[in-house]
Design a protein around this ligand. Structure first.
Ligand code: NAP
Length: 192
């Protein structure tokens, strides 16, 4: 399977995540220790350069607050956090807490992004934006792991299927074929 083309800055709304093969973006208790990290050269730079602003949810923010920013210290753009109760959020530099509908949050985020992309780092907000037709791309990095439990990228029991077109590929509706085998102890030792 070919890798995706490098991301470009184009005022897009990206739902951007690292995800397990079985569709989780966080493990139980928001764990992230299953991530092995990117092997695509320059990937972090790619998103540092193309991201104008980030929109997240309050749960994700409360976990990361004060400890980590998207892309570490290399990216210093504005972050918007959607919450129904901004009054009890801990203020942080460059972070604006919004209590508005998701469409308004996107409008604010895109304006702040100044022509670069707005990255949505929240499963719950992404789902709402998808329903509103406000997601331009779902941009995923798929880890070779099955988690079986945690927070799903798209959790919508009883909802209708959302049909997708693969971006930048000759067969936008074709299935993608991948093969994995369970890692052995030797594989894990080799990975360090
Ligand atoms: N794998 C990756 O690449 C990646 C990247 C980013 C985040 N994550 C993970 O994703 C997880 C967070 O996801 P999550 O689904 O638990 O929570 P979340 O989406 O971060 O936050 C949910 C909260 O956002 C607020 N919210 C959502 N929609 C709203 C609306 N329409 N109006 C006002 N507020 C709204 C609500 O906050 P209030 O309750 O305050 O009202 C809601 O409880 C974390 O574990 C994080 O680490 C993974």
């Amino acid at each position: 399977m070919s890798d995706t083309e490098p991301q470009i800055a184009a005022g897009k709304v990206l739902w951007h995540f690292t995800m397990s093969l079985d569709g989780f973006v966080a493990g139980p208790n928001h764990s992230m220790d299953w991530m092995t990290g990117t092997n695509r050269p320059g990937l972090i730079d790619e998103y540092v350069t193309t991201t104008g602003a980030v929109l997240g949810g309050r749960a994700g923010w409360d976990i990361a607050a004060g400890e980590s920013r998207p892309y570490g210290d290399d990216w210093d753009g504005p972050i918007f956090v959607l919450t129904h109760h901004p009054e009890d959020a801990t203020p942080a530099e460059g972070v604006t807490f919004l209590d508005c509908d998701p469409a308004e949050a996107v409008r604010i985020g895109l304006e702040a992004a100044g022509g670069k992309n707005l990255e949505v780092f929240s499963p719950t907000i992404g789902r709402q934006l998808l329903e509103l037709g406000l997601i331009d791309e779902i941009d995923l990095h798929i880890e070779p792991v099955l988690l079986g439990d945690g927070i799903r990228l798209y959790d919508n029991p009883g909802g209708k299927p959302i049909l997708l077109h693969r971006v930048g590929d000759a067969g936008p509706t074709a299935e993608v074929n991948v093969r994995y085998r369970p890692a052995t102890t030797a594989d894990r030792d080799d990975a360090g």
